[in-house]
Design a binder for this molecule. Structure first.
Ligand SMILES: *Cc1c(COP(=O)(O)O)cnc(C)c1O
Length: 387
């Protein structure tokens, strides 16, 4: 079975993890900091705070930006559950923003429309999701957001390694926070690099970074310089606000460091496969790949096609079943969030036309570093011959 996504682990990764298991630190040790430094270097971040996964990264981001009850967070309708749930964790409400039906991305225009339609609400922040690894016009989204006093969180779970080009032709690595307050990443095994579970947050603001570290570990400080109380002693620790245990272990980080070394080759392989899919599937009149946006480099996480199911006279359910019978796994990224029973119950019936059109046609084909050209040729052949 060819899955739609899969981690790629080699002997070097295994050796690095075993090395940590033989050492003194399984968690809270030097490998966690080494991973943070390495990630900072790769994505050109000023500060990196690692954490247990991409969901806790988003939760910590909401907390560190003081988003809470009575606040409203704008979230694109097409994304993974966690992008919106994080706002709910802190008691904020969610407004779903429509997306471009050809990219699945929130655009400056759909964001403007959502702001205008909800201007009576206490809009506080926007989550910008880089679906499949692509970035919309980040400068425009930044301008629109700031005009309305919104904080910006980039959910870059899909976009590790993407380099955005601004209107003056300047490059901005996703994670450098050129157009946001905070960026979050996930290192779940289906993402571009795998850590088992893993996440990280980047920011240019040293106070936000310090707060993220505090919240990641129970809101607790041990260093003399950070004490507020007058208790003193080698045992002393102090809890300054309510925090969590959202730390990541040295075991995960050893895998992360080893995987980061291969990031460039993973991205190159994925990029090469995307080009091969694009070229081959151009022969089909019923398949359209996502519209490609200009960028110095899009680090593709997903290969999503938009399928004209009416034209092929086959439903998505039937197509997925037939592909599965031939050993090809596919997936749908994503069901519009407002379709989820939880959000329906909370906000009632919502229909956003761009998100609906996108959702009606999207299908993710296999894309991962270990996918061979031979396997890809089989997938292409089945799609072109049978549909
Ligand atoms: C995977 C993902 C997350 C959550 O990451 P986890 O590490 O699985 O918690 C958040 N947002 C998006 C867009 C994702 O794809």
């Amino acid at each position: 079975m060819i899955p739609y996504g899969r981690h790629h682990i080699d002997q070097q990764d295994i050796d690095q993890v075993i090395e940590v298991l033989k050492g003194d630190w399984l968690t809270c040790g030097p490998i966690v900091e080494a991973f943070e430094s390495e990630l900072a270097r790769k994505v050109r971040a000023k500060h990196v705070v690692s954490c247990s996964n991409g969901t806790t990264a988003l939760h910590l981001a909401m907390l560190a930006l003081n988003i809470g009850v009575n606040d409203v967070v704008l979230v694109p309708a097409i994304t993974f559950l966690a992008s919106a749930n994080a706002a709910r964790y802190v008691g904020a409400d969610v407004v779903f923003v429509d997306v471009d039906s050809k990219t699945g991305l929130m655009t400056p225009e759909t964001l403007k429309a959502a702001i205008a339609a909800n201007k009576d609400k206490n809009l506080k922040a926007v989550v910008n999701v880089h679906l499949a690894g692509q970035c919309e016009n980040l400068e425009e989204i930044y301008k629109v957001s700031r005009q309305h006093g919104l904080l910006i969180i980039e959910d870059a779970a899909h976009a590790l390694g993407t380099i955005y080009t601004d209107e003056r032709g300047q490059d901005h690595s996703v994670g450098a926070n050129s157009f946001s307050d905070i960026t979050t990443f996930s290192f779940h095994p289906v993402k571009t690099i795998a850590m088992g579970e893993g996440g990280a947050i980047t920011t240019q603001d040293s106070q936000i970074a310090a707060r993220l570290k505090l919240l990641r570990s129970h809101g607790m400080v041990r260093e003399v310089s950070q004490w507020q109380g007058d208790e003193r002693g080698p045992w002393y620790y102090e809890m300054q606000e309510l925090g969590y245990n959202y730390r990541i272990s040295d075991i995960n980080c050893a895998l992360g460091i080893s995987q980061l070394k291969k990031l460039e080759s993973f991205i190159a392989k994925r990029s090469n496969m995307v080009a091969r899919y694009d070229q081959a599937l151009a022969l089909s009149s019923s398949i359209t790949p996502l519209t490609k946006l200009a960028a110095s480099r899009t680090a593709w996480h997903l290969y999503i096609i938009l399928m004209d199911f009416a034209k092929i006279e086959c439903s998505r359910t039937e197509l997925m079943k037939q592909l599965k019978d031939k050993g090809i796994g596919t997936q749908v990224h994503y069901i519009p969030l407002y379709h989820q029973p939880y959000y329906k119950k909370l906000y009632g019936e919502i229909i956003l036309p761009g998100a609906e059109a996108y959702y009606a046609s999207c299908l993710s084909l296999p894309l991962y570093a270990g996918l061979t050209q031979g396997q890809q040729d089989i997938i292409i052949k089945v799609l072109l011959n049978d549909f």
